[in-house]
Design a protein around this ligand. Sequence first.
Ligand code: FAD
Length: 419
Amino acid sequence: MSAPSVIVVGAGPVGCVAAAALAARGIHVTLLEAAPRLPRQLRASTFHPATLDVLEELAPGVVDEMLGRGLVAPRFAYRDRRNGVVARFDLGSLADVTRHPFRLQCEQYKLCEIMLERFERAEHVRVCFGAEAVAAAAAGDAASVRLASGETLTADAVVGADGASSAVRKSLGLGFDGMTYEDRYLVLSTPFEMAEHLSDLEYVNYISDPDEWLVLLRTPELWRALFPVGDGETDAEALSDCSAQRRLNGVVARHEPYEVAHRTIYSVHQRVADRFVVGRVVLMGDAAHINNPLGGMGMNGGVHDAVLLGGSLAAVLLGDIGADRLDRHAELRRKLAIEYVKRHTHENAVSLAAPDGAARQRALDQMAARAGDPDAARAYLLQASMINAVHAMRAELEEVGHVRHGGITPVSTSGAVPN
Ligand SMILES: Cc1cc2nc3c(=O)[nH]c(=O)nc-3n(C[C@H](O)[C@H](O)[C@H](O)COP(=O)(O)OP(=O)(O)OC[C@H]3O[C@@H](n4cnc5c(N)ncnc54)[C@H](O)[C@@H]3O)c2cc1C
């Protein structure tokens, strides 16, 4: 009997990890990517400890390669723009519950590149660039994808990992309810070495301010600053050189103009698809849920989808579990997308940007109190590192065989992960 086959739509981080999860079980994967080559947009650049743990479980050696192309950030800080550091959190204190007690600052496309290099050597994975899917359909124990070229491909299942505007989701007629925030965010990146001019800067800094808050992140080559865009400001104004120079000079004032390596503006949404599974079509990542990027959980949550739902789908196709279990695992992922990610990212938004000065100060005081209390800091770090999120699906990961070395389970009783 030939091995089951799956078409994965989208070679972003989620599609690549889903393809790896399926191929690891011997499933034949066709990975379709609309772009002519791997997109290298500057989007997610933070991998949380729990994500590194599950990636290492799934594809040994991948995290080492990412470490070689990223920066280890053991700490992150909340700052007041005028008064400096308010609270500093040390992920090193989680060394008893994760093999990666740090954030890895590494652009998401590097994970895709590493995965695609592996697929070149894999027998079971065929990657097709310039292959845009326009629709997908489930039919009994099979599913199909229609391409923009007019061709229709069929397989035992289809994974929709084609991002927020997912053609797969839309063609299934699923709702994508939620909200669009009024805010838009501007991301500017510069090679200028901010750390030489701002004291106590970490690689990840959330900087609160009543007038213009920001998030300042280091990637291996650049500093990236994320700013809110003002109500009365058009996209063109926010993206102009004048705006970039004004904003970056507000962080560190310079006589020379800043070199701006990238600039991007985007709207912020909080939306979740009605269902993640329709027959033999499974949605993952941004195709299934999108959220406020503060806290960096979008891609991380998508990778968690890919590992759990990719493993579940493989197990269904191989006859190890029934389709009802895939539905249950998808419902769990949906619940985590709604409750966990939303709670954390929303809390971050309040502590940075509350327009009411007293509320903002209360949120900062709360962060400072947390950082100063080892138990509270640990509880917060377990949440922010997404270890709690992965722990919440530990039983399901075990069911589909993705916990091989015990690395995502607590390794000491003192490290017990609270719910
Ligand atoms: C500025 C910014 C910063 C962010 N920072 C973070 C962060 O630090 N941490 C974090 O966790 N998240 C972050 N996010 C969110 C993160 O980028 C997304 O959650 C992540 O990219 C989702 O991955 P994905 O693979 O689901 O979708 P995508 O990355 O959107 O990939 C989808 C892929 O599918 C392809 N595709 C689309 N349509 C089709 C089609 N019809 N047929 C075939 N292929 C198709 C696309 O070309 C693309 O390659 C950030 C987002 C932005 C915009």
